[in-house]
Write a protein that binds this ligand. Structure first.
Ligand SMILES: Cc1ncc(COP(=O)(O)O)c(C=O)c1O
Length: 342
């Protein structure tokens, strides 16, 4: 399979940014604080760029991943429209835990569908938040369909899913708005604007937020956006290469949060428009990145550290580096979207 895609013209384009005020809402949540943006000079030296900064999401709002930014804003919006609803979702880990946490925060029930490959400790962490966990015989995509059917069967159930499909777009749009808080923080933390932002990609909603943020009208400095996926679940890479949404079959990977075979229908046109490059990485490469970041003082799980593996795969290859057109002084931002919980 192809493990690299690059369309250098993408960063000249402009994409509308979502309008919602998730950032102000996040500031009202107990324990909100911007997560650190950590300079890692050793990685800058290794990669031959000016600065490497790692956005460390390992402590986001008392959870160990960025996902609660989207889940919190979407749950709040859903419950404002449909107070008292039971919140239903499917997850490969972090999103379900975040929805469960927010259900408890807002005093409603949560029912979370999980794929059969989910590690027992991951399912236990969701249950500990007070949610009912339903294990589905099948993969993540199957769990999403089960959750949607279950939610649709009763009017007092509301689906809070972090991926869009035809006819289900409003909640994923709120989730993308929620993710933009992370990027607003990065902008305030950077001394020089980013030249490359590496994003770990499952269904592509976080990458959609990144593209919408950095390609927004009126924002002059357009960094390259690099999508990073497991080589066993590279649906965005396959879709960009084919220039149409391509569903891929998936297999177990240590990058559990990225183990998705279908790109979000809302993310797809945005990524097609404004994502410069996509790369697929192996489990071994992701695990090496986990270790390396750990030794450099950043707690990062495989789905988060995938961005380091992806940037290595992109910049250590002369043809890829040339296609990205990065100079030696470039500012590279790695989104490390989860802490190392193992
Ligand atoms: C830790 C982590 N990073 C990245 C992602 C990818 O986000 P998306 O599915 O929006 O592409 C996920 C998704 O669950 C995740 O849990």
């Amino acid at each position: 399979m192809n493990s690299w895609y690059c369309a250098p013209g993408s960063r000249e384009r402009t994409v509308d940014r979502s309008a919602g005020d998730a950032f102000a809402f996040h500031g009202t949540l107990p324990g909100y604080a911007p997560t650190p943006l950590v300079p890692v000079p050793a990685l800058a030296a290794e990669l031959g760029v000016g600065d490497v900064l790692v956005k460390d999401e390992s402590t986001r709002l008392g959870l160990s991943a960025f996902k609660v930014l989207g889940a919190s804003w979407a749950c709040r919006q859903v419950l404002e429209q449909r107070p008292g609803s039971t919140l239903v979702t499917a997850t490969d880990g972090n999103h379900g835990r975040a929805v469960a946490r927010m259900a408890a925060h807002f005093g409603v029930e949560a029912i979370v569908f999980v794929p059969e490959v989910m590690l027992p400790e991951t399912a236990a962490r969701i249950a500990e938040e007070g949610a009912t966990v339903v294990r589905v015989a099948g993969d993540y995509d199957t769990a999403v369909r089960r959750a949607a059917d279950f939610a649709g069967a009763q009017p007092d159930r509301a689906l809070v899913q972090d991926t869009a499909w035809d006819g289900y777009e409003q909640v994923p749009a709120w989730i993308v708005e929620g993710y933009q808080t992370l990027l607003v923080e990065v902008d305030a933390q950077l001394e020089r604007p980013a030249d490359l932002v590496a994003v770990p990609v499952g269904v592509g909603s976080l990458a959609e937020a990144v593209v919408r943020h950095y390609r927004r009208p009126g924002y002059a400095h357009h960094p390259r956006v690099l999508s990073v996926e497991p080589d066993t679940a590279a649906c965005v890479l396959a879709s960009l290469t084919a220039d149409r949404p391509v569903r891929v079959s998936t297999a177990a990977t240590v990058m559990a949060g990225l183990n998705c075979g279908t790109v979000s229908t809302s993310a797809w046109p945005v990524l097609r428009q404004g994502c410069d490059a996509a790369v697929a990485v192996s489990d071994d490469e992701a695990l090496r990145a986990v270790d390396d970041l750990g030794q450099l003082g950043v707690s990062s799980g495989p789905s988060g550290a995938a961005t380091l593996a992806g940037v290595r795969a992109a910049l250590n290859d002369v043809a890829r580096r040339t296609a990205l057109d990065l100079d030696d002084d470039a500012v590279v931002v790695l989104l490390s979207t989860e802490g190392n919980t193992r």
